[in-house]
Design a protein around this ligand. Structure first.
Ligand code: ADP
Length: 633
């Protein structure tokens, strides 16, 4: 197990290593680019240099070769031949001089002259100049000695006459097999100084001794490229090749290599790098021999241009490598983003699927729950309908119970008129026997009145016993109270209850069903009578009034009730635990009680949209309040 710190350190190390690697790659690409372009640049430079050197050599060769054969021509000329047959004849000398003058003027050399076998000038293109020399003897010159030996002599030397660099070519003049003189041409080398520009860089021409004889830089002229041995220096002094020039060493440190096959020369000039300090090639030295001569031409080419190009190429390579790395990083990043996106899409799809699955499950569960709810609602409705039916039954049962209790009172009430009817009927029969029709009629009238009275007694009972569905309308509360009291009339009188009905003469309308309100009132009055059975002071108070605002909140749930009917008694008062059980079905403290009266009464009042409350009175007894709603507007 690795800690988060360790893994973050490891990640940072990997990142640094990757960056270092990338940097190394960029640096390596730069270096390789630099190297390859430097090599290619130098190769191109060398090819270019070789080409220029070839052109330059051809130009120099052309210049020399054009005049090289002149001494051979001279030795064959008639004027020179004659001169050597008669060397002392002035006419022959003059003719020879004129010939050489013409020839030199035509060929454009510095001078053409002829030496006898001692090295003394016998004829020349510029007699006056040559013969004005203090010593008119050129036997010390190597070209004379070569030609005297029967060979063609050629070499560079400083002209003693014109005191300027020249190329000397000599040819033997023969008389039969014997060499009698030497013909010499002194070739002007000045034109070479005018073609340095075609090389486009500092250059020099060195002769067979390694002495710089011509150079684009005058400071290099008459310096030696290699150390000359002392004997050689003495020889050169004697032959006055360089006219007593000191011949110091060439000022630059050049390492040269000569290819023996092509005779090409390679070398370089080194310097220390301006910024980094290491030794580097500053100039390349290329050279070649000039055909037919022992001369070498050498060119000093600056490599800064090629190196600048190589630096540029290195920078381009490094930039390319950096770009490549960035491209790789970009592609990798793109691929990573693409991968992440695909992964997120996959996860999203998965989440969608699982969500759909869950939604499906939840929907199925909800559908099931809904179906159950619908079933339960149907069951509830069924139960409610059953309850309502049961409630109806109960209300009716309650009525019947009250009726049963009232049966005795009613019987008593009917006994008197019934007895009267019987008596008056007997009287009527007697009067009929006596033919006293007037008395018969009087008795029958009394009977009729008595039956009418019995009908009046029975009428409220009939309407009370009838089972009706509630029909809400404006109901005269006073009348309902009257009807209820009427049912207990006999019982109240029998028990000696003082009835104080304060609603008499008042017009109070309530929004309810009259028979049912009467049933409630009958229940409450019946309970009050029961409670006062043993009481010393029996007083039943019935009152009704518009419910004051303070009582509305007290009555129930902040609802507005229009009317309050109070039924008060001076009985035994409510049982101590009445609050929790009073309105429960089958709760009773009476021996023959059913415990349904208050339950039914409360349900009836609630059906009206009202409420039924019970209070303990301040004095002895209880108070029941019926709150009835305001009439709908
Ligand atoms: P029942 O009259 O058959 O007992 P009720 O539901 O009418 O059934 O009454 C339930 C109980 O409430 C009675 O048994 C009695 O204890 C009590 N109660 C009802 N009205 C009064 C009252 N006015 N004074 C005292 N107690 C009462």
């Amino acid at each position: 197990m690795t800690s988060p710190l360790q893994s973050s350190i490891r990640r940072a190390a990997w990142k640094s290593a990757a960056w270092l690697l990338a940097l190394a790659f960029v640096a390596l690409s730069g270096a390789l680019g630099y190297q390859s372009f430097e090599r290619r640049g130098l190769d191109k430079l060398q090819t270019d240099v070789r080409h220029r050197l070839e052109l330059f050599s051809s130009a120099v060769e052309g210049m020399i070769q054009r005049l090289e054969d002149v001494p051979a021509t001279v030795q064959l000329s008639e004027e020179i031949q004659r001169l050597f047959h008669a060397p002392r004849a002035a006419a022959a000398r003059e003719r020879a001089d004129r010939y050489l003058q013409r020839l030199n003027a035509f060929m454009g050399g510095i001078a053409i002259y002829v030496l006898d076998e001692r090295g003394v000038i016998v004829a020349s293109s510029g007699r006056t100049q040559l013969q004005a020399l203090p010593e008119n003897d050129f036997s010390f010159r190597p070209y004379f000695q070569e030609a005297l030996s029967g060979r063609v002599g050629r070499h560079f030397a400083i002209s003693l006459v014109a005191n300027r660099p020249a190329y000397f070519v000599s040819h033997p003049i023969r008389d039969g097999a014997k060499v009698v003189g030497v013909a010499v041409i002194m070739i002007n080398l000045d034109p070479i100084n005018q073609i340095w520009d075609m090389l486009g860089a500092p250059a020099l021409l060195a002769d067979t001794n390694g002495v710089v004889i011509l150079s684009s830089d005058p400071a290099w002229t008459y310096t030696t490229l290699q150390e000359l041995p002392i004997e050689r220096r003495v020889d050169l002094q004697l032959s006055r090749m360089y006219n007593r020039m000191p011949l110091p060493r060439f000022p630059l440190q050049v390492q040269l290599q000569v290819n023996p096959e092509t005779l090409s020369i390679y070398g370089s000039l080194q310097r220390s790098n301006r910024y980094l300090g290491f030794r580097e090639v500053a100039q390349i030295v290329s050279g070649r021999s000039i055909n037919g001569m022992d001369w070498r031409v050498m060119l000093f080419t600056d490599v800064d241009g090629a190196r600048r190009d190589a630096v540029l190429a290195g920078a381009v390579s490094a930039t390319g490598a950096a770009f490549l790395i960035l491209l790789v990083l970009f592609v990798a990043q793109r691929r990573r983003i693409h991968r992440h996106r695909r992964e997120s899409e996959r996860l999203l799809e998965q989440a969608n699927l699982s969500l759909e699955h869950k939604v499906g499950e939840r929907t199925a569960a909800l559908t099931l729950a809904n179906a159950q709810l619908v079933k339960e609602v149907a069951e509830r409705k069924q139960t409610e309908a059953t309850l309502r039916a049961t409630q109806g039954e109960l209300v009716h049962a309650g009525k019947m119970a009250v009726l049963g209790r009232m049966a005795a009172g009613i019987t008593h009430e009917l006994t008197q008129p019934l007895g009267g009817v019987r008596t008056f009927a007997g009287n009527a029969m007697e009067f009929a026997k006596r033919q006293d029709l007037e008395s018969v009629q009087q008795n029958l009238e009394i009977i009729a009145r008595l039956t009418e009275r019995m009908g009046t007694i029975i009428h409220p009972l009939r309407s009370f016993a009838r089972r009706t569905d509630p029909e809400l309308s404006f109901v005269d509360v006073g009348q309902c109270i009257e009807n209820a009291l009427f049912l207990y009339q006999t019982q109240l009188a029998h028990l000696g209850v003082v009835v104080d009905n304060r609603t008499t003469g008042e017009q109070l309308a309530a929004w309810c069903d009259a028979p049912r309100l009467e049933q409630v009132l009958v229940n409450l009055i019946g309970n009050a009578i029961d409670a006062m059975a043993e009481a010393p002071r029996k007083r039943l108070l019935l009152s009704a009034e518009r419910a004051p605002a303070a009582e509305e909140a007290l009555a129930a749930d902040g609802r507005a009730y229009g009317l309050r009917i109070d039924v008060e008694d001076t009985g035994c008062g409510l049982p101590p635990d009445f609050t929790s059980h009073l309105f429960e079905p089958f709760y009773t403290t009476k021996q023959k009680g059913l415990g349904l009266g208050l339950t039914i009464s409360r349900d009836i009042v609630q059906d009206f949209g009202g409420a039924l409350r019970a209070w303990d009175r301040d004095g002895p007894g209880a108070c029941f309040s019926i709150y009835l709603p305001c009439a709908p507007t």
